[in-house]
Write a protein that binds this ligand. Structure first.
Ligand code: ASP
Length: 344
């Protein structure tokens, strides 16, 4: 086996949880116990170091400040490791993977997020396989170039591009899907990489990593539903400091064609809010203008999120509003791919 080096960053999540005997609820435990639970880690020829993330958290408590903490840990250790594995709760893993993909510009090393549905100390845990294969992937190389130089999620034998992934199942071990982008690898007896769809490292390997830690979290998601009314939307748009709204629309990007709905858009646009349009459907792309019921979006300059996930759209907006002051630049950058999150 080739001797690579990998840093495991433990943030919390079910993989490192145990039952509190008093409350019978799952809560995070000390990272040291992960090493005890997975003695296989000692059998790798790779150097495996660990870093614990402040206080381990359930991923429902993740957000811009914790993404920044993670990005800083990666930056501080970037030159010392060939790859990184982030142990993370599955609930918001797709948001963290998306956020990191935008924050880590010129990334040329693997950042593999994984976790588990069952705690690693339980007999039927899915955590061991997830962790061990995630380490393999973080260390995998071809002619000394990393095979996976991007932010990815590994879960239940599947490797996904992080910013294309959504958590789709609360019960199955196979908890994630990437509907609009092919899987990057499948793990069986061998790990079969889908080279055609992986980011190419050769173009970026010479460039230095740039870490963007400014995130503007004044972004909102508004899911439309039949029966939604003007008062609800106006109230939402009156949220102080709101800079952008991700509209989760019907089908290929449609919304009510009522006059009152147009008035809400007009109100928001006049306040300077940037609107984006992503579909409530998990697969396929927004096609603004295809139906009459999406014409208001074109009239008010709503940006099509095309086939982006909500997770990628929200974190892309946070990143762009953190990076640029000029709204026209933000709008232009929103519509372009930053790191493979959107199909043009
Ligand atoms: N609630 C947990 C979390 O996201 C679930 C998991 O770890 O998968 O942190």
């Amino acid at each position: 086996m080739n001797g690579k080096s990998v840093l495991i960053i433990y943030t919390g999540g079910t993989i490192g949880m145990m039952k509190d005997p008093e409350t019978d609820r799952l809560k995070p435990f000390d990272f040291e116990q992960i090493n005890k639970q997975v003695p296989e880690l000692n059998r790798f020829a790779h150097r495996i170091d660990t870093a614990s993330f402040g206080k381990p958290i359930d991923s429902s408590n993740m957000g811009p400040s914790t993404w920044i903490e993670l990005a800083n840990i990666i930056q501080e250790n970037y030159d010392n490791y060939d790859g990184f594995v982030i142990l993370h709760g599955s609930d918001t893993m797709a948001y963290t993977a998306s956020a990191l993909s935008f924050m880590l510009q010129n990334l040329s090393k693997p950042i593999v997020l994984t976790g588990s549905q069952l705690p690693i100390g339980t007999i039927r845990t899915d955590g061991k396989e997830n962790l061990i294969t995630a380490i393999e992937i973080a260390c995998a190389s071809n002619n000394n170039y990393p095979i996976v130089p991007e932010v990815v999620i590994y879960f239940e034998y599947q490797l996904y591009r992080g910013n294309r992934t959504t958590k789709t199942n609360t019960e199955h071990f196979n908890a994630f899907e990437s509907y609009n982008y092919p899987k990057l690898a499948q793990a069986g007896i061998e790990i079969k990489y889908n080279y055609k769809y992986l980011r190419s490292v050769k173009s970026i390997v010479q460039k230095p990593l740039i870490v963007h830690t400014n995130m503007n979290s004044n972004v909102g998601v508004l899911k439309l539903f039949p029966g939604i009314n003007k008062k609800q939307i106006m109230h939402f748009l009156d949220t102080p400091d709101l800079v952008a709204v991700v509209l989760e629309t019907f089908g290929s990007g449609n919304a009510p064609s009522h006059q009152w709905f147009r008035e809400t858009l007009q109100y928001g646009v006049e306040k300077g809010i940037v609107f984006t349009n992503v579909s409530q459907c998990q697969a396929g792309s927004v096609k603004q203008g295809k139906y009459e019921t999406s014409s208001a979006f074109d009239d008010f300059g709503v940006l099509s999120g095309r086939d982006m996930t909500t997770e990628a759209t929200v974190t892309k907006l946070m990143h762009l509003f953190g990076k640029y002051d000029d709204v026209e630049t933000i709008k232009q950058k929103f519509s372009e791919p930053i790191c493979g999150e959107i199909t043009l």
